[in-house]
Ligand binder design. Structure first.
Ligand code: IMP
Length: 185
């Protein structure tokens, strides 16, 4: 059994539903861990794993994600949690007030510790930042992110709609492919 170490209920809901569809059951371990300041999500999860390795028994999974705005050189990116806490969705809308380039991407890096090894899986979804907050579903910056090819924000989508196209779901797809191992020739 894999423990998903996260204090974020929304992440657990999405990842557990997606993994259950693939026949993989996980449990939630509700705890926080240190998140270093660095330039890449992968470095955040790799450092966190060095701490969690001593604290968590058995296989575990962690998720670090961020919202990268094209017009702001990728900001807030790895600083998304801090920016969300201080400024929220409204703050992002203010930062982009009058800015025509509203392109953005969500990225997720998952780290799986299994049998003493660390494996990482990446997922990205491109989209645009809406003019205003829309929808009550999801969490975090979901009310302002419209994924490419959609007209709804993530917050206006059901769990399964978000899980069909999200950055996190794509990282989970890569994780599932890894768990299934190489295809038979
Ligand atoms: P972290 O991965 O917990 O560091 O999350 C970074 C920030 O991005 C937090 O404020 C989250 O709420 C937000 N965030 C992470 N994933 C998503 C998502 O799928 N949708 C919207 N916001 C997200």
């Amino acid at each position: 059994m894999i423990a998903f170490v996260t204090a974020n209920e929304g992440k657990f809901r999405e990842v557990s539903a997606k993994l259950l569809d693939a026949g993989v059951r996980i449990v939630r371990e509700d705890r926080t861990y240190p998140e270093i300041q660095t330039d890449r999500l992968e470095k955040v999860v790799r450092f966190a794993a060095t701490v969690l390795d001593d604290q968590v028994r058995g296989d575990y999974l962690i998720d670090d994600s961020g919202l990268f705005l094209d017009a702001l050189g990728g900001f807030p990116g790895v600083y998304s949690a801090y920016v969300y806490k201080r400024l929220g969705c409204a703050g992002i809308l203010t930062l982009l007030d009058g800015v025509s380039d509203r392109g953005a991407a969500f990225q997720t890096v998952l780290l799986l510790r299994r049998g003493g090894d660390h494996e990482v899986f990446h997922g990205e979804t491109r989209g645009t930042i809406a003019d205003r907050e829309r929808g009550a579903g999801g969490f975090g910056f979901d009310p302002i992110f419209v994924p490419e090819g959609a007209s709804k924000t993530f917050a206006e989508m059901s769990l399964s709609e978000k899980n069909a196209i999200s950055h996190r779901a794509r990282a989970v797809d890569a994780l599932v492919a890894h768990l299934r191992g190489p295809k038979e020739p």
